[in-house]
Design a protein around this ligand. Structure first.
Ligand code: MRU
Length: 352
């Protein structure tokens, strides 16, 4: 029988806090040395926090955007939801444009649009209830995925994760990091390795800190050490999150994920993608069609604000890549586990 997970012990960090008046975001640009909250009072504050990565991670940006719509609604009047929907559309568009790759952003905004259209005179209350529901459902999905994913891992295993997919990237508990938390709680995982995740250092700055808050030991590696680590036999699973999963199982995630999947297959290490159903985009037939965000090359040229590259050097900074579905051993969502995803198994789980 699976061991019960003590959530209070294994999940302390919360990145998004709605006060009833304003949205407070744990500013991920300055972690781990400064724990500061950014206060957003308008939807444009939220759009800019998403764009600048103060809040980041696919589910978290969807949740933040939903609260952004609630903030936009505070600044305008309408007699019913349909009128409000029309007036709020420009704010929704600006939120949607803040980052292109994670489908959770458009998904959350579509949910907010839908309830607005159906809302009567109480449309403000309906909107706030929907933003809250998006966050509550995300936490529940993560806990469920944690149990489903951990059940795939044999006791005594080592795992490698990439980027930050934890409480910081979600409403709480995390996706891939949720599976790792559950695996630790159930004594299945003995060793955790986290890739530093150049250039923004989500693994080094965020994952290592977040796990430390919960008393979970992890060992940091340079991204370039991953294949060598796999060769030593220390890891049995690579466990990552996703920003968009296509109808054929192709998965966009943080840059570097694709090369981990290739190295994993070469070394006989299993590869698991963990994401809520809100990350699945059945309208996207395959990965080549996903828009890959490219960020300022300046992110490549320095570390912690200190320039390490000579003047006059060019850099290219795509921040996501696409792992083909056939390199993935398991996709875990709150709806269940899909082993070796294919268009057929994806359709069976998510419809068309
Ligand atoms: O650029 P980021 O930090 O937003 O990228 C985050 C990732 O790639 C995560 O792996 C993904 O969003 C899943 S988070 C649960």
């Amino acid at each position: 029988m699976a061991i019960e997970i003590d959530y209070a012990r294994y999940d302390h960090v919360r990145p998004i806090h709605w006060t009833g008046e304003v949205l407070e975001l744990l500013d991920q640009r300055v972690l781990p040395f400064r724990v500061e909250y950014l206060t957003c009072t308008s939807s444009d504050d939220v759009a800019s926090a998403i764009h600048s990565l103060a809040v980041r991670g696919a589910p978290a940006i969807g949740i933040a955007a939903a609260w952004g719509v609630v903030l936009a609604a505070r600044k305008m009047d309408a007699r019913n939801g349909a009128e409000a929907a029309l007036k709020l559309e420009p704010a929704l568009q600006r939120l949607n444009a803040s980052r292109p790759t994670a489908v959770n952003l458009a998904w959350a905004l579509a949910r907010m649009r839908r309830v607005l259209q159906q809302g009567g005179a109480d449309w403000r209350r309906v909107l706030e209830a929907e933003a809250d529901a998006i966050a509550v459902e995300d936490l529940a999905a993560n806990r469920h995925m944690g149990a489903l994913g951990a059940a795939l891992i044999a006791p005594g295993s080592g795992v490698l994760t990439h980027c930050n997919t934890g409480s910081l990237a979600t409403a709480g508990f995390g996706t891939a990091l949720g599976v790792i938390r559950a695996g630790v709680a159930q004594h299945r995982i003995d060793r955790i390795f986290a890739g530093e995740t150049r250039p923004w250092q989500q693994g080094a700055r965020l994952t290592a800190w977040e796990l430390q808050q919960d008393g979970i030991d992890a060992t940091l590696i340079a991204d370039s050490a991953a294949a060598h680590l796999m060769k030593t036999g220390a890891v049995q699973w690579v466990i990552v999150g996703a920003d968009r999963i296509c109808a054929n199982g192709d998965t966009a995630n943080k840059i570097g994920t694709y090369q981990l999947a290739i190295a994993a297959r070469h070394h006989g290490v299993k590869f698991m993608v963990v994401a809520p159903a809100s990350t699945v985009d059945m309208q996207m037939p395959s990965g080549e069609l996903i828009e890959i965000e490219e960020r300022d090359p300046a992110e490549m040229l320095g570390i912690g604000g200190v320039r390490v590259v000579a003047e006059g050097i060019d850099a290219w900074n795509p921040v996501f890549d696409v792992t083909p579905g056939d390199l993935i051993d398991a996709i875990v969502t709150e709806r269940g586990v899909i082993q070796r995803p294919s268009p057929e198994s994806m359709r069976a789980a998510f419809g068309s």
